[in-house]
Design a binder for this molecule. Structure first.
Ligand code: ADP
Ligand code: ASP
Ligand code: MG
Length: 449
């Protein structure tokens, strides 16, 4: 069995869906689990609708909903699907969207739980349409709802997998269905908690869903189909001549996505590592390109910088406490890290001040945290940049380290160099305005040379 995951752009138009169907048909391996994202742009639209529904008037709300429904019905028409089941399910989902948004409007509040419920409709719609389409062209396929097996806790908008229930559920539900069908289609991104309330795995979470299913069914291979020909030496949207990396280690891929390469959800690689399942990243719109194969660490390691990556917006947060003493430090740091619950890119401590580089969306949350009420908190919008490469890069490769530091300092007046935070990466916190130029220089000096 293999797992094939198709991202938003791969299912974003009728033409793209036809292309996806052709890719599935052309793969001669018999049994496939196909994981789909929502059509591109739809998750953003649903989240916007959910938040707005709390305070816009009925007319505005209905027009936002109609835009989403029209988008999907246009795809259905272009694909020429005629199926009473599709019509019935589509009507049911649209009715639920209307009713749910009316509920948010009556309450005047949109909770994280509501955000998850509403954003789940994106994947429910894309999989419904695609499954009906491929059944219509004669493939043996069945749609299986991920809410029935992707078990999580109740941390809405970024739920954690409950492995003890998720793995047996996947095995119980998916494996028997594979015996009767060549293709199982399911949703990425969405799951449900112990009370069967809808949850989501965080933005970009469909990659993670695919890897989790792959792990549970012991797939031969997980193929992530996207809109670029694999993982590149930089985001091709920022550096157009970036080249595809044919082979990389789990560790490199993991760091790359953690430090900002949107091409893979940061947690995707973990389930694959645990079961040694190769992950291949390929281009839906250029399926013959080789793509990138991610393999276990022991069989491969780079000997130079392979990729530069960045996060455009991170917060450099300063926490100052009047009576912060060295003896209190350890317990306060522990408490602080517990409160944080977000990606922490760097952390430092000096006299009565702690510094942290975190994802920007947590700053509001932190300033309201009860346990930090005695702290003065200030923050600055910054960018984070990383060069990923050989193991022990900052110890064993002084030339690379010095070129990295030189370039960072050349383009930025007050950078924070974080060369020791990862064995495989050199990192820095820099000004947002010089990010692009710094990326270009790092790419040209450390990769193209
Ligand atoms: P999907 O919808 O298929 O999940 P995403 O938009 O989440 O696709 O991820 C693919 C995008 O990741 C690419 O279009 C590209 O702009 C971006 N990206 C960022 N860094 C890299 C990188 N190093 N290599 C390839 N793509 C990258
Ligand atoms: N549709 C979700 C998102 O846009 C999940 C995904 O595409 O992976 O974040
Ligand atoms: Mg993605």
């Amino acid at each position: 069995m293999i797992v094939m995951k198709f991202g938003g752009t791969s299912v974003g138009t009728a033409e793209a869906m036809k292309q996806v169907a052709a890719i599935i048909q052309n793969d001669t391996r018999k049994k496939k689990v196909v994981v789909l994202s929502a059509c591109s742009g739809i998750t953003n639209k649903l989240l916007y609708l959910a938040k707005k529904s709390a305070y816009i008037d009925e007319q505005e709300r209905i027009s936002l909903i109609e835009e989403i429904i029209l988008f999907h019905s246009d795809i259905i028409i272009s694909l020429g699907i005629e199926s009473p089941n599709l019509d019935a399910q589509f009507t049911l989902i649209t009715k639920e969207i209307y009713e749910f948004c009316e509920g948010i409007s009556l309450l005047g509040e949109c909770t994280p739980r509501s955000l998850d419920r509403l954003s789940s409709f994106g994947e429910l719609l894309s999989t419904l349409i695609f499954s009906e389409y491929i059944k219509g062209i004669g493939l043996h396929a069945e749609l299986v709802n991920a809410l029935s097996f992707m078990k999580t806790d109740s941390t809405y908008t970024s739920a954690h997998i409950q492995y003890d229930s998720m793995v047996p559920q996947v095995q119980k539900i998916i494996i028997p269905k594979c015996e009767h069908n060549d293709i199982i289609i399911t949703q990425g991104f969405i799951g449900s908690d112990e009370h069967d309330i809808v949850t989501t795995l965080g933005r970009g979470g469909s990659d993670f869903s695919a890897a989790l299913i792959g792990m549970a069914i012991e797939a031969q291979e997980i193929i992530i189909w996207t809109d670029v020909s694999g993982i590149a030496s930089a985001d091709p949207k920022l550096i157009s001549h970036a080249h595809t990396i044919e082979k990389m280690s789990f560790q490199e891929a993991r760091l790359l996505s953690f430090f900002g390469a949107k091409v893979l959800h940061p947690e995707t690689i973990l389930p694959a590592i645990k079961h040694n399942i190769p992950v291949i990243v390929k281009n839906t719109f250029s399926p013959h390109d080789k793509g990138t194969t991610i393999v276990s660490d022991s069989s491969y390691s780079a000997s130079k910088i392979i990729s530069v990556t960045s996060k455009n917006a991170v917060g450099l947060v300063e926490f100052t406490h009047q009576t912060f003493s060295i003896t209190q430090k350890m317990s306060i740091i522990g408490e602080f890290l517990d409160t944080l619950q977000c990606d922490l890119y760097a952390f430092g401590c000096l006299e009565n001040t702690m510094y942290a580089v975190i994802s920007l969306d947590r700053i509001n949350f932190l300033s309201k945290a009860e346990s930090l009420k005695d702290w003065d908190i200030s923050y600055k919008d910054q960018s984070f940049i990383a060069a990923i490469g050989p193991n022990k890069v900052s110890d064993k490769y002084p030339d690379i380290l010095s070129t990295f530091n030189q370039i960072i300092c050349q383009h930025n007046s007050m950078p924070i160099l974080l060369s020791g935070i990862s064995e495989y990466a050199l990192c820095a916190v820099i000004d947002q305005k010089s990010l692009h130029q710094t990326l270009i220089s790092l790419h040209s000096e450390l990769i193209e040379q």
